[in-house]
Design a protein around this ligand. Structure first.
Ligand code: DGJ
Length: 743
């Protein structure tokens, strides 16, 4: 619900949350509150909340005209640096070499309902949204700023973006335009970010806020393995189920900042948007620039409360609803099974075995095109390798389809190798600075996706292959970051290179949109050397992402724990791979890998023909069970049951719906002589209900709730017959169902 009170207070609220702002004496927007729902607010309440004595001493005043008024310590919706506020601002505009210090004053507002999903640019959508746009005018500089807010049913999420329109005749340059700002009155939080590197993405990292700036960012042209756009401010004593959390995420895949600045009075300013370090944008008369959307989240119910918000938001308002409803196929991917060493016969054997085990989709990874037998060749030449597929790729895909499986194919659309005609005949289609030296990553170069001709060329090549081979599924990879950023195309058309990074990512979205318009049933899996572009921008088009090139199930425990703070299970492709694992050489049991990988969209990435009969039977059974429980495992409500800690040894999580739960329990290293009676705290139980555990034991909700779920018995030097788990890398699954028991 959005209320506008006295043309002064703007109040977005629902059962989950309230968000309130008003007009300052200078007609800018003051932030007042974001948090637990406050319900109806009286005039007295509003007076009380908005009371703010002017801070006189030691501050610069905004203007002579408004007595004692300063922005220095004001919470604001969209602050400008240098206008009596010295914190970093959300907007910077230049004209020639001058800063303009824009001064936007409230003009009017508009409220609408519903947001349509459009493939043009990733954004939240939903029939249940209410949207408020505030129009602000800077009459002296002849600029218009529109601040948009959306609120959805039963969610604490507030979606924001900013749009600027140049109403003057002169060309101006935007050097910073953030998507959202959230000023908070306290700094009593830890700054939480999801960071890491290739093969160890999105680990949870926390540090206390202190005066100054804590920042997560990317300057790589992609949201990056290193730092994710999602950040959170968490109460220092936050637990899984209690404590305040403010979080933000950006619906964007390019260079970003997500930062929190603490000022000298202990106030915190969260700000997120395009990274201004690599961004400028020219705006001529009547031109418009809009930021990507940012999402703010609030929960007072700890990490599980936050995940309820982030997961439901992504499921309902980012991911294409088609993929929310349809089952995600169980895939076999040949990458770790064959790497580049394959031919049609070898792949067909893999596909047949996969079918035999119950797998539903065969994904042909890198190496099917040009003469690509290693990673230094053929990107950009998307024609089928006749040596590997003498009868064409369509011949192979027909065999796969005949088996009753879907056919998936790998592309890396944004890249080019030096041995291709594309590179030879179009040197100006490559991102490259005119200076002599340029960097190489994985022996490949980045195509200039700011150039529409490049996108059309790649689209036409992809379209031909997809159509001919009846491709159902694409894995869209992206294996190097952008260096010496420079677009020959922008130079040619007279635009500044500061526009490159944003135009590049717009180009990526454009190609997604073209492909999905032409092939609306295509399921596209995102990937960027694993999880180098795991963000809401990509998830808008790709409902799932290959989260890491590290398929080791133990490492995945930490990657999942971090990723799941911001993104639901349905976005997370998990593949059972061989042991010793290719990335860390760790050996874990098939059971351990299966028990972990079944949470979310499941896949296999190993040579199935090399498995023993016993292992095949185990996989077959697992797949049968997974299919029965897929809805719950992919789209159930996710909860962490044990406290997060960087040196965590034991993990437990659950997925639940109204009547059932599946609980995964994992222990990295065996612990000798542990207390036997340990319990996992369970959630979502009804006191009066009876529950059946693993088809064997019946326990009442009240007992399960009070005691918890008994942890599996660990081998304890003397209990071999009763031990349920033993050795390192233990795992155990529980299935709990509500039952009717007639006495
Ligand atoms: C990086 C991806 O993350 C891998 O899964 C695989 O597709 C390779 N690229 C192929 O080159």
């Amino acid at each position: 619900m959005i209320d506008v009170i006295d043309n002064k207070y703007f109040y977005l609220h629902n059962k989950e949350v309230s968000y309130l702002f008003d007009l300052l004496p200078n007609q800018q927007l003051e932030h007042l509150y974001y948090g637990e729902d406050l319900g109806e607010l009286s005039g007295e309440d509003l007076d009380y909340i908005s009371l703010h004595p002017n801070k006189a001493s030691g501050t610069v005043k905004y203007s002579k005209k408004i007595k004692n008024f300063t922005l220095a310590d004001r919470m604001q919706e969209f602050p400008t640096y240098g206008t009596s506020d010295f914190r970093e601002g959300a907007i910077s505009i230049e004209y020639q070499d001058e800063y303009l210090y824009p001064d936007f004053k409230y003009d009017h507002f508009k409220i609408t309902t519903g947001k349509r999903r459009s493939l043009d640019f990733p954004a939240s959508y939903g029939k249940d949204s209410e949207n408020l746009t505030i129009y602000l005018i800077d009459s002296e500089r002849q600029l218009e700023l529109q601040l948009s807010y959306s609120i959805f049913e039963n969610l604490s999420a507030i979606v924001r973006k900013a749009t600027i329109i140049n109403r003057s005749k002169r060309d101006i340059k935007i050097t910073n335009l953030q998507s959202a700002v959230l000023d908070l009155p306290s700094d009593n939080y830890d700054f939480l970010q999801l960071s890491g590197a290739w093969i160890k993405e999105r680990h949870i990292v926390r540090r206390p806020l202190t005066q100054g700036i804590a920042k997560a960012e990317s300057l790589r042209g992609a949201s990056s393995h290193q730092e994710n756009p999602f950040i959170a401010l968490v109460d220092k004593d936050v637990t899984n189920d209690n404590g305040n959390i403010y979080a933000s995420n950006l619906i964007y895949s390019g260079n970003f900042i997500s930062q929190v600045e603490v000022d000298e009075w202990g106030q915190s300013r969260l700000m997120t948007g395009i990274n201004p370090a690599t961004f400028t944008w020219k705006l001529s008369q009547n031109q418009v620039f809009s930021t990507p959307e940012a999402v703010l989240f609030y929960s007072n119910q700890g990490f599980n409360g936050l995940m309820k918000q982030t997961h439901n938001f992504v499921k309902k308002h980012i991911i294409d609803q088609k993929w929310q409803k349809q089952d995600r196929p169980i895939v076999v991917n040949n990458w770790e099974a064959t790497y580049f060493d394959f031919n049609e016969a070898k792949l067909l054997n893999l596909a047949k075995e996969a079918k035999n085990l119950g797998i539903e989709c065969f994904v042909l990874d890198d190496g099917w095109f040009g003469t690509r037998n290693s990673d230094n060749s053929s990107l950009g030449n998307w024609t089928v390798d006749k040596k590997k597929f003498p009868r064409g790729l369509d011949h192979f895909s027909t065999q796969v389809h005949k088996l009753g499986m879907k056919f998936g194919l790998w592309f890396e659309p944004e890249m080019v190798s030096a041995d291709t005609d594309l590179y030879k005949f179009h040197p100006d289609w490559v991102v490259r600075h005119p200076y002599g030296r340029f960097s190489v990553g994985r022996s490949q170069y980045v195509l200039d996706f700011a150039n529409p001709e490049v996108i059309n060329n790649i689209y036409n090549q992809m379209e031909k292959v997809i159509e001919k081979a009846h491709v159902d599924y694409i894995k869209w990879d992206m294996n190097r970051n952008i260096t010496e950023a420079y677009s020959p195309y922008l130079k040619k058309i007279g635009l500044g290179q500061g526009e490159f990074f944003h135009r590049y990512i717009q180009g990526v979205y454009k190609l997604y949109a073209k492909l999905l318009t032409r092939f609306p049933n295509l399921l596209i899996e995102g990937c960027a050397s694993g999880g180098g572009r795991f963000d809401l921008g990509i998830l808008f088009y790709s409902p799932q992402i290959w989260p890491s090139d590290d398929s080791d199930a133990v490492e995945r425990l930490d990657i999942m724990s971090g990723t799941l703070l911001a993104y639901p299970l349905s976005t997370f492709s998990n593949h059972v791979s061989q042991v010793p694992n290719d990335q860390v050489k760790r050996i874990t049991s098939l059971k351990f890998r299966q028990n972990l990988d079944c949470f979310g969209p499941l896949g296999y990435e190993l040579d199935l023909n090399k498995l023993s009969l016993e292992e095949k039977i185990q996989i077959k059974d697992e797949i049968k069970w997974y299919k029965k429980n897929r809805k719950l495992l992919v789209n159930g409500n996710f909860d962490q049951l044990l406290k997060f800690d960087p040196s965590q040894n034991t993990y437990a999580w659950s997925v639940s719906d109204n009547n059932s739960q599946i609980i995964g329990f994992y222990r990295k290293l065996a612990r000798p002589n542990e207390t036997l009676d340990q319990y996992l705290p369970l959630k979502h139980l009804k006191f009066q209900q009876q529950y059946l555990i693993n088809q064997t034991q019946i326990v009442s909700g009240k007992v399960l709730q009070s005691f918890g779920l008994r942890e599996p018995y660990q081998f304890n030097a003397s209990n071999p017959n009763t031990a349920q788990v033993s050795g390192d890398f233990q795992s155990y699954l529980y299935q709990i169902k509500a039952i009717d028991r007639k006495n």
